[in-house]
Every structure is written in structure tokens, then in C-alpha cells.
Design a protein around this ligand. Sequence first.
Ligand code: PLP
Length: 497
Amino acid sequence: MEYVSTRDKSRKVSASYAIANGIAPDGGLYCPTSFPALTAEDWHALANLDYKGRSALVLGKFLTDFSGEELADYAAKAYADDKFGGADTAPVVALGGGKHMLELWHGPTCAFKDMALQMLPHLLTASLRKTGETRTACILVATSGDTGKAALDGFHDVEGTKIMVYYPVDGVSPMQKLQMVTQEGKNVEVVAIRGNFDDAQSAVKRIFTDETVREGLDKDGMMLSSANSINWGRLAPQIAYYISAYCDMVKNGAVKMGGKINICVPTGNFGNILAAYIAKQMGLPVNKLICASNRNNVLTDFFKKGGSYDKNRDFYTTTSPSMDILISSNLERLLFFASDYDDKLVAALMEQLAKGGSYQVAADVFAKIESDFDAGCCDDAAATQTIRELWENEHYLCDTHTAVAVRVYEDYRARTGDTTPAVIASTASPFKFCRSVIEALGGTLEKDDVSQLDVLTGLTGVPAPAPLAALAGKTPRFDRVVDKTDILSTVGLLRDL
Ligand SMILES: *Cc1c(COP(=O)(O)O)cnc(C)c1O
């Protein structure tokens, strides 16, 4: 399996090269040049495997320069039972109205990012070895909350790596902040940036594109690397859980083998839903992929307004902060696939996006996109109402991001009459966003600290996940706050790790 950049497909690289380098030199994202098909034999094998085995099988289709033994070993370590609260790594919970909640938050940081970021350190360190890289990989992460902690947890004390996380002071929940600033490990650093997520992301991009910084690090035996979902090693591990959910649903009789499902995903950077799209291209029987957004509904407009993408609009801080994004990076990969790998076209669109903040996709390309996707959005009030109704009517507790997906799915079902069983990606534990969930249930919160876990448990009887409860005993280690204009000054911190 070969990989090319979305903006220049003339140079083909291996999976390990793509993972080791993160982003292509032309600024494009690495993509496979074809989609491997799941055979009848594969489906038979998948049905009888546990999550670790399913993950290794699906990854093996894409990472052909890794052996089956390597991938099985990584999957066993990444999804170890003691990290995911048991062997059911990504359980599916059936609710009324055709909803099948795919719970992706049983990992160490209680959000779906763990599904990829527990795997990525294994893939990345092996990729560095396979490509002959001897420098220390310095992972820089801009986070809207969940990626930062998941990356810190995945990479802490991993040999040959250092990790520095930047989060927007105004953009993360108190629980997310506490999770990050209490991170243990010798090779970790956490910095707050004054501004929102897009500010943090642009600031980190400045470090990546600064030649002097790169040369300086190189002299000291270090190189920059990324754990954001632009890295193929982040995206590839996410494909398996949609396939796994289908196998579970077939086993439970929720769908017949070969029967179609819908998949609804609460979306920010477009990584998680793109993984579902790729699963469909491999043969997963999917009718519609439903893209759910919060009030930052740039993607809803893209799908509803004939492929017109326009980030020139107000940015809102919402109760689902991990979806507060106006530039959905992974949409670039969808454009590449839907245009039959037209690198010139993608490069031109991305240049328009960089210069003017908008672009329009040609009608023939958009027609292909439209056949696979539907989309919708909802505001904080609708998400709040959904959390309350889901609890009152079905006794199911969900977080603010998942609530957006549930609401958008229900709107879709009412609008279209499509009753195909739906997998809804549940992307975070409700305990990560306590304040909003407690308020949705009619409770009140006095203190924005770890005690809020007990308040939510008191209201619902649902126990808090162990990794969050453990935060109570931890002391903050990081309190640095910098202006985005001073970001380059933080690079020196890497040397001291
Ligand atoms: C990151 C995140 C999302 C958005 O996922 P993308 O892959 O960026 O679309 C949704 N919900 C939660 C809880 C997240 O952490």
C-alpha cells in the first residue's frame, strides 16, 4: 500500500514514512492510493475476534510495511484490558429509535481520542525506526481539550519522544484542564495560549513552518512531529471501531450480515467521520454518514449549500468545545478521494482556503460527496434538552458532544423517514463535561473542581470513571500562559525535557 500527498501525488511513500513525517512537505495530507477491500474471509475472521484482533486486522490492510505480529503486539498493548476497563474496548449500547451508541470513551482519558492515541506512539516509534530516523521526535499538539490529554497519556515516558501540548486558556473545560496540568512523565510539557483553539492551532503551525526553529532542533538531535489527526497514524486506528461495531450488531441481531447501517458522528476536525467513510469504502455496508456539528456549523453549510466551504463567520464557544472548529483539516482528504485523487484540484482549493477563507467544490465532485453524506447542526440549548430527555426517557447519560450527534440523528430520522439502524459515535464520558451535564439534568454546581464528579453521581447514581476520580489526589505541575505571538519562545522548553 502506497501513500501520496493530497496536494502532489507524484511522490509515493510508505505507511511508515507517512506516519513518521505527519504532514507532507507541500502542506498536504498523506492518503492511501486505493482502499483495500474486506473479503468474505476477513468478515468471518473479524466476527470471531476481540477488539484487539479486529484492530490489528484492519490496520494490516493499510500498514503493509508492518508485520501482522507487530500490529497484534501494538493492539494488545494499546487496548490492554486494564487501560480500557475490560475486554469490551468499544461497546455498542442499543437505545430506542434505532440508536446504537458506540461508546469510544472507556480509555485512560475518557474521550474517543484514546482509541487512536494509545496506538499512535507504537506506530510512530516503529515508523521512526523503519525509516532510519535517529533523532528524538518532539510531538507538538494544539488541542481543543481532548487531544491534548490523550496525547500526553499516550506518549508520556515513551522512549525516543518528547511531547508539548498547547491549549487555549478560554477553550477547555475545567476537567480537561486539570487532566492536562496534572500529567505525569519526564518528557511532557503543557502550555496555555491566550485565545481560542484556532489561535492555538495557528501558533503551533508557526513553529512547524519556522526554518530556524527546525535547524536549531536538528542540531540538538531533535525533530518535530505531530499527533493531530492530520497524521495518518491517528486516522488509521479509528477505522476499526466502525467495523467492530457492525460485527457486534450482527452478533446481537440488530442488523443482518450485509444489511445497511447509518453512522452519525459529532464532528470537529472531520477525522472521526472520515474514518467511517473509509470503512464504507472498504465494504462496510453504510447507507448515510451523518455529519453532526454544533453552532460552529461550517460543515453543515458545506453539505447543505452544494459544497461551498466558508470559514468567514463568527466563532462560537459552545458546551461541546472539541467541536469548536472552523477549519476542518481532514475534509481535505475527502476532497482528494471524491475527486478521484485530483491533487491539482485539492491544492487549488486549499490555496483559496488559506488566502480567502473559502472555496467552492465543482458540481460533479460534490455530487459524489452528497451521495455518501447527510449533515445537521444544533445549538447548546438543543444539546442540553437532548441530554435531559435521553436521561429521563431512556436512562442513558451522555456528554455534550454525543448529545449533538443524537439530536442531529433524530432530526435526520424525522426529516427523511429513514429508519436504518444507526451507529452514533459517543465520543466522551459525560463526566468530562460535568457542569453542562449537571445543568441539563436540572442540578446546580457550586465548585468547578473534582467534587463535581460526586454531584453528577449523586444526581444519577452513575459512577465516575476511575481515571477522572483519581484526579482528586493529583497536584498541578504546569501553569505557564503565553501570548500566541510569543509561541516561538516556548520551543526552548523542549531542550530541558
Ligand atoms: C475531538 C472530538 C470530537 C471531534 O472529532 P473530529 O475527529 O475532530 O471530528 C468530538 N467529540 C469529542 C469528545 C472529541 O474529543
